[in-house]
Design a protein around this ligand. Structure first.
Ligand code: AMP
Ligand code: ZN
Length: 472
């Protein structure tokens, strides 16, 4: 059995190329993590799930102990300060900030665990790495890549001849595109903050440049260097991070260390919309992971984390996704089919995931092709004598982070989705009360989801009963 060659699309070179780790005994990946001030939304779940699949594939390919995955927690940010003042106005600021960041971080970790993701190897917090950030800033100042102005330390983009490679923007574009008035203290409008002084009512750390706090970009340069080294293999995040965040991380790290690369491969997931619209608080379609797991934020009922995971992976990671109830229904149906086919597989620690699935994922995470292979495996597992296929299917689903029985019951392999049972009960009540309009409305609502209702008389009691079937 040979391992297929992994190929990955690299935003930096704009090509898909074979992946060669710098050190196959320690494959290193960094993914920008959440800023912890509020519930993570379903868009934030996309990089978490996509890079979890890559982490699993790298572990499979190079060995579980041979991969280091760092995902940071950004716990210093002006949005956090604002939230702390709003939610805990009577606490000292530091204490209030700690409350906000701790509760948000805990929430994030439990939300993403429900999505079937492995813990990254290291999850550093920005505030535990302030000294490392200060060292980087000192180096940049010493090498004249940074300057001090009006209480800020700024990165001097003109000092880096090839600034802008990742995003393909050059400094002239930035100048022309600058929508904000040039801030007088900057040499160039594209110069960005490494350190800024804090007012008394803002969080701050002592530094050679006054009591202050770091800029956002320097956090990731410092944490990735500390845990992965000056140059590492893969750096990921959503495509909104290409500019300015990742561009500026590259500028800082390469200029501080005098290196040609910060990371070899830069990977970016596409954006997610909800029901055809950009998610925003004002449109009222801002959906958190927690809403989907716990409440009826979409489709009127909660969804299993497995279903959210599959719904996310059904589209290639670089394409935009329209997250919709239709998509969730489809994912639920498919996952249920897979779980039923894998039902009662012999438990095994040694069974390997399906080769065709590994081959598909090795092609820049082609999950669609992987899912076609899983469908084929599920078909074989359902046939007489399909035990070996069942075991392989179970191993494959586990490898991909899916549960084996989250959508099944012990008797017939089905869990009646709770919203269907609830709608049927409501409709029977409406019929009994002769509220036919409401009864029809409930029937039509289910019909839109592909659920057809059939009324019949209980043969013993003569009472009205309803059964349903899926038309998909
Ligand atoms: P933030 O907390 O906003 O810095 O975002 C954390 C991660 O989620 C980053 O990798 C973002 O690129 C990603 N992200 C944010 N919004 C979306 C979205 N709507 N679709 C996909 N990824 C997103
Ligand atoms: Zn980052």
């Amino acid at each position: 059995m040979t391992t297929p060659q992994l190929t990955l699309y690299n935003t930096l070179t704009r090509t898909k190329a074979p992946f060669t780790p710098l050190d196959p005994s320690n494959v290193r990946m960094y993914v920008c993590g959440p800023t912890v001030y509020d519930f993570a939304h379903i868009g934030n779940a996309r990089p978490v799930i996509v890079f979890d699949v890559l982490f699993r594939l790298l572990r499979h390919t190079y060995g579980a102990e041979q991969v280091t995955y760092v995902r940071n927690i950004t716990d210093v940010d002006d949005k956090i300060n604002a939230r702390a003042l709003r939610d805990f106005p009577n606490l000292p600021l530091n204490e209030a900030i700690r409350r906000v960041t701790e509760r948000t971080e805990d929430q994030f970790l439990s939300d993403v665990a429900a999505l079937g993701t492995l813990d990254p190897t290291i999850q550093p917090r920005a505030t535990d790495n302030i000294a490392e950030m200060q060292t980087l800033i000192s180096d940049l100042l010493a090498k004249e890549h940074a300057y001090n102005a009006a209480g800020e330390v700024l990165f001097d983009v003109k000092s880096m001849p090839d600034y802008g490679q990742l995003s393909g923007r050059n400094l002239e574009d930035n100048l022309a595109g600058a929508r904000i008035a040039v801030e007088a203290h900057k040499k160039n409008p594209a110069d960005f903050v490494l350190w800024k002084q804090s007012a008394d009512n803002e969080p701050g750390w002592d530094s050679p440049w006054g009591r202050g706090r770091p800029g956002w970009h320097i956090e990731c340069s410092a944490m990735s260097e500390r845990y992965l080294g000056q140059t590492f293999d893969i750096h990921g995040g959503g495509l909104d991070l290409i500019f300015p965040h990742h561009e500026n991380e590259i500028a800082q790290s390469r200029c501080a260390h005098g290196t040609h690369a910060m990371a070899t491969v830069w990977m970016h997931n596409g954006f997610l919309q909800v029901e055809g619209q950009k998610m925003s608080k004002s449109l009222g379609n801002f959906v958190t992971i927690n809403d989907l797991l716990q409440t009826g934020a979409m489709g009127g009922h909660a969804w299993s984390g497995d279903v959210l995971r599959l719904a996310m992976l059904m589209t290639h990671y670089r394409e935009p996704i329209d997250f919709s109830v239709k998509r969730l229904d489809e994912a639920e149906g498919k996952l249920r089919d897979w779980q039923r086919a894998a039902r009662d597989a012999e438990p095994s620690d040694t069974e390997a995931p399906d080769e065709a699935v590994i081959t598909a994922l090795s092609d820049d995470l082609n999950f669609h092709r992987a899912s076609v292979a899983i469908d084929a495996l599920a078909k074989l597992a359902g046939r007489e004598g399909g035990e070996a296929f069942k075991a392989r299917l179970a191993a494959t689903l586990t490898f991909l982070g899916f549960g084996l029985d989250t959508l099944l019951t012990s008797d017939d392999g089905w869990v009646e989705p709770p919203h269907i049972a609830a709608a049927i009960a409501q409709r029977l009540e409406a019929l009994n009360a002769k509220n036919f309009a409401e009864a029809d409305r409930l029937r039509d609502e289910l019909a839109e989801q592909g659920i057809a209702l059939m009324d019949y008389k209980d043969p013993e009691t003569g009472e009205r009963r309803t059964k349903w079937e899926s038309k998909r």
